[in-house]
Design a protein. Structure first.
Length: 260
C-alpha cells in the first residue's frame, strides 16, 4: 500500500489539503510518473518524502499538476459574445455594479482582460474583480503584472496600447490602473468556502482536469454562489452537462444563466 497512488493521494491530502481524487486519475498519474522518473526516484513514497521535506519540490509539484497555461482574451470569439450579448444586460440589470469572480485565474491574464473589457462599460473606480487560484506562486506572478508578447497575442490592440508598457524586448508591464481593480486570493475550488452574491463567474480551463463528480459539485456550488440574473462563463472545450438539474439556462455556447 505504501508505494501506491492511493497512498500518495492520502499523503498529499493530509499534508497539503489538496484532494487529488477530484482530478482525472489517468492524466494525473501520468503527470506524476513523469516527474518521478525525471527525478530518478524509486516511486510515489520517495517522491512524497521529497515534497514533504523541500518547499521547492512542493512548489514544482503544485505547478506541474495544476497546469498554469493562460493568455489574455483566450478564445477571443467568446470575449466578443461577452462584450456584445452578456455584459450590457448584466450591467444594466445590476445598476452598474457587478460582482465578478475569476475562479482559477492562473497568471492573471483572465481577470485583467475582464477589467479592460468592463472599463468600456463602467468607470474603473467601480470595477473590483475577485481573482482566485489554488497556487500561491502563480498568484504572486499575477500580481507582478509582467507578461511576454505571446500572452498578449489575442488581446485587442486598443487594450494593448492603452494598458501596457513595453519594458523589454519581449516583455510588457500592465498598468497600475488595471491592477488596482483586481483582488487576488488563494482559493481551492474543491475544499474552500465560495464567495456569495456573484453576478459573473468566469471559470475556464480548469474543470477539464476534474472528475465528472467533482465538476458537478463545483457547478452546483457556483450556482449557489451566484445572484439572481447572473452568468457563468466557461472554457471553449467545456460544457455543463447537467445544467438543467442544477437550475441553469444555457445562453449561447459557454454561457449559463441563473434566473430569479
Ligand atoms: C489552465 S489554467 C486556467 C487559467 C485561466 N482560467 C484560463 O482559462 O486561461 C488552470 C488553473 O487552475 C488552477 N487550479 C487547479 N486546481 C485548482 C483548484 N482545485 N482550485 C482552484 N484553482 C485550481 C491552477 O493552479 C491553474 O492556475
Amino acid at each position: 500500500m505504501k508505494n501506491t497512488y492511493e497512498a500518495f493521494k492520502k499523503n498529499i491530502l493530509d499534508f497539503t489539503g489538496i484532494n487529488l481524487s477530484c482530478y482525472k486519475e489517468e492524466q494525473m498519474k501520468r503527470r506524476i510518473s513523469t516527474l518521478i522518473s525525471r527525478k530518478g526516484l524509486a516511486g510515489y513514497e520517495e517522491y512524497f518524502q521529497h515534497i514533504k521535506q523541500n518547499t521547492e519540490e512542493y512548489d514544482e509539484f503544485l505547478s506541474y499538476m495544476t497546469i498554469n497555461v493562460s493568455e489574455f482574451y483566450r478564445n477571443p470569439e467568446q470575449w466578443d459574445v461577452l462584450e456584445r450579448d452578456i455584459l450590457p444586460e448584466l450591467i444594466s440589470s445590476h445598476n452598474g455594479n457587478i460582482n465578478v469572480w475569476s475562479a482559477a485565474c492562473s497568471t492573471g491574464d483572465e481577470p485583467y482582460s475582464l477589467v479592460m473589457l468592463l472599463a468600456k462599460f463602467i468607470p474603473m473606480n467601480r470595477i473590483n474583480i475577485l481573482a482566485t487560484d489554488i497556487d500561491l506562486k502563480i498568484i504572486e506572478k499575477a500580481k507582478s503584472g509582467i507578461y511576454t508578447a505571446n500572452s498578449l497575442k489575442s488581446l485587442p490592440t486598443e487594450f494593448k496600447s492603452k494598458y501596457f508598457e513595453m519594458i523589454g524586448n519581449d516583455t510588457y508591464k500592465i498598468s497600475e490602473s488595471v491592477k488596482s481593480c483586481v483582488t487576488f486570493r488563494q482559493h481551492d475550488l474543491i475544499k474552500d468556502e465560495y464567495p456569495q452574491n456573484i453576478d459573473l463567474i468566469v471559470c475556464r480551463n480548469v474543470l477539464i482536469y476534474f472528475t465528472e463528480q467533482a465538476k458537478n459539485e463545483v457547478y452546483n456550488k457556483f450556482y449557489n454562489a451566484m445572484s439572481d440574473n447572473s452568468t457563468l462563463f466557461i472554457g471553449s472545450t467545456e460544457q455543463v452537462i447537467r445544467y438543467r438539474d442544477i437550475g441553469f439556462d444555457i445562453y449561447k455556447s459557454f454561457f449559463y444563466k441563473k434566473k430569479k
